[in-house]
Design a protein around this ligand. Sequence first.
Ligand code: GDP
Length: 296
Amino acid sequence: MFESLSDRLNGVFKKFRGQGRLDEENIRAGLREVRLALLEADVNYKVVKDFVDRVRERAMGQDVLKSLTPGQQVVKIVHDELVELLGGEQQDLELRAKGPAVIMMVGLQGSGKTTTTGKLALHLRKDRKMSPLMVPADVYRPAAIQQLTSLGKQLDMPVFASSTEMNPVDIAKNAVAQAEAEGQDVVILDTAGRLHIDEHLMEELANIKAAVSPNEILFVADAMTGQDAVNVADRFNDLLDVSGIVLTKMDGDARGGAALSIKSVTDKPIKFVGVGEKLSELEIFHPDRIAGRILG
Ligand code: GDP
């Protein structure tokens, strides 16, 4: 992930570091290359513009230009701004609740919602010692119910017995009641997706949200779809006020555009990234580590 962006930026930084002195003109020239590298990585153009403007403003400060190591300082400014772009501090799931905590997974079909539901359940059991109930709430595709049921078997974890005759709001409410009765402390709702955003789906998701007041609504986005993922995230967020984002398929050759744009555009943090098809292949998203990896 981020290999070609990383190579490009390191090329620019080598030049910065190699120059004993920097002046406004060579900073400008270097930042033009940073701008191109970000655009080539498919970062949203407005995000790129704001980013480069912020770096330029800080880099042109006299204390940077007059310092003994201006090149290093500019690289540090880019690093700091990159951490901010990726969301600043790492953001944990907020799961305090009186009864079972509720996590609602939303996103388009194929984005990796069901797989991520299984990954998240495993993470919560393993790292937070929680006891999850997974809930298939996509009643339009029997295969979706089947897929989560089989993940439950693999993980030896309970799955709510949804059927295509039930309505998703009832499924969500009944699942929370069942978890409460049976002692599971977190319910993960795997909601229906579509190939495109449609009104019926959005209304259904809003109704589920109103019925069970989730602690977290996680928008699952396929990083390989680049700026489309960012636009869809923005729409879902407008309608549902999501609490966080999971970027899947970061193990593929996604150029990084979605990861670098989605927080700025939606103002919602990336909480996890999917880095493979296996259930263990979910990572907590740490902006500083990712920035380090990009500038590595
Ligand atoms: P849903 O329709 O949103 O529930 O999507 P699925 O969970 O069924 O995932 C769609 C496809 O993406 C499946 O083939 C998954 O194995 C694959 N997938 C999901 N997450 C990842 C990931 O992080 N990396 C890779 N390489 N594949 C993933």
